[in-house]
Design a protein around this ligand. Structure first.
Ligand code: AMP
Ligand code: ZN
Length: 315
């Protein structure tokens, strides 16, 4: 997907966002500051997603944007996406090593060679911290579990396409239970996701998708994922109208995480899992693209969907 597009250059939308002060350059592609207007939209979107799921009784959990090295290794991420992971390293040396670091920095040499892994890896998807936590609670109850998470995530994919960020936020609902419970959850969110995005006046399409698995073996994994329809995406044209951007993902992991963490249903079977992920920056960038850089001038229906307090009481 990184070849030059026959359509619009995504970098031109990035330039518009930077010129308009919506995003703020840091010097690294895919890492930007956000304006107050941008953050306001992200917050309202977050509230809208909460309203869409509020009758389901999800358990709200929030984690910092790093997972333990052990949980990361267990998750299997290194098998599939070694190229996207970001590890946290720190200085662990003595005063001599400190002097050496300062010398390297002063002379423009690499100072990072002595840095040691801090036992942490940046969270690659908001749902990753959930599975080990749920496993520690023991078996799943009969109705399974439903968790609401929201985190900054890191993926090393520098790009001039403003929708392809290295640090971005993902809001997720995560379902753990039987295959039926997971598939029903995914169906429900496929419907709700479309209704939510349509209420924001955005064009959308749903398609089967695959994750960007690494290497040759990855091509086979991607084919399997598509054939089994494990992943759907809600796509919106954003930076390049010819190549719509995945703004929501609907993932069914089958029993992958159940196996990894030995999560079981009451009858002793391996637990299955599914998640719906909302790319908060991507949806926000879609809104700025379709409705303009000034949210005050957005269509009344879109403003009402985002800014008016919900009038219907929770059932
Ligand atoms: P995934 O786990 O790849 O299905 O990602 C879940 C959602 O996060 C996607 O549907 C996107 O909306 C968003 N997302 C994934 N990668 C990026 C990225 N590099 N930049 C911004 N948003 C992303
Ligand atoms: Zn997930």
């Amino acid at each position: 997907m990184s070849e030059a597009s026959p359509g619009v250059d995504p970098a031109s939308y990035l330039q518009r966002l930077l010129d308009g002060g919506v995003l703020i350059a840091t010097g690294v592609d895919g890492v930007y500051g956000r304006s107050a207007a941008f953050e306001d939209v992200v917050e309202r979107l977050d509230a809208l997603i909460t309203r869409a799921g509020r009758n389901d009784g999800a358990e709200v959990l929030r984690f910092p944007p790093a997972i333990t090295q052990r949980d990361f290794e267990m998750s299997g991420y290194l098998h599939s996406f070694p190229h996207l992971a970001g590890t946290v390293h720190s200085f662990c040396g003595d005063e001599r090593a400190h002097r050496e670091i300062l010398r390297c920095v002063g002379e423009g040499e690499d100072w990072t060679a002595g840095q040691k892994i801090a036992g942490l890896v940046l969270t690659p998807a908001a749902c990753y911290p959930v599975y080990p936590v749920m496993a520690k609670r023991g078996g799943l109850p009969g109705q399974g579990r439903l968790v609401d998470v929201y985190s900054y995530c890191f993926r090393r994919e520098p790009s001039l396409d403003p929708t392809r960020l290295q640090l971005f936020r993902m809001r997720e609902y995560v379902r753990l239970g039987t295959p039926e419970q997971c598939l029903e959850f995914r169906e429900t969110w496929l419907e709700r996701g479309q209704a939510l995005i349509a209420s924001l006046g955005l064009p959308l399409e749903i398609d089967v998708a695959n994750d960007p698995f690494f290497g040759r073996a990855g091509e086979i994994m991607a084919e399997n994922q598509r054939r089994q329809k494990l992943k759907f995406e809600l796509l919106i044209p954003v930076a390049d109208p010819a190549r719509p951007t995945a703004c929501l993902s609907f993932n069914y992991h089958s029993d992958h995480f159940g196996q990894v963490w030995d999560i079981r249903t009451p009858d002793g079977a391996l637990g299955h899992t599914a998640c719906v992920g909302f790319g908060m920056e991507r949806i926000t960038l879609a809104l700025f693209k379709h409705h303009g850089l000034d949210p005050a001038a957005w269509p009344e229906a879109v403003r009402a969907a985002l800014w008016s307090r919900d009038r219907t009481p929770a059932a």
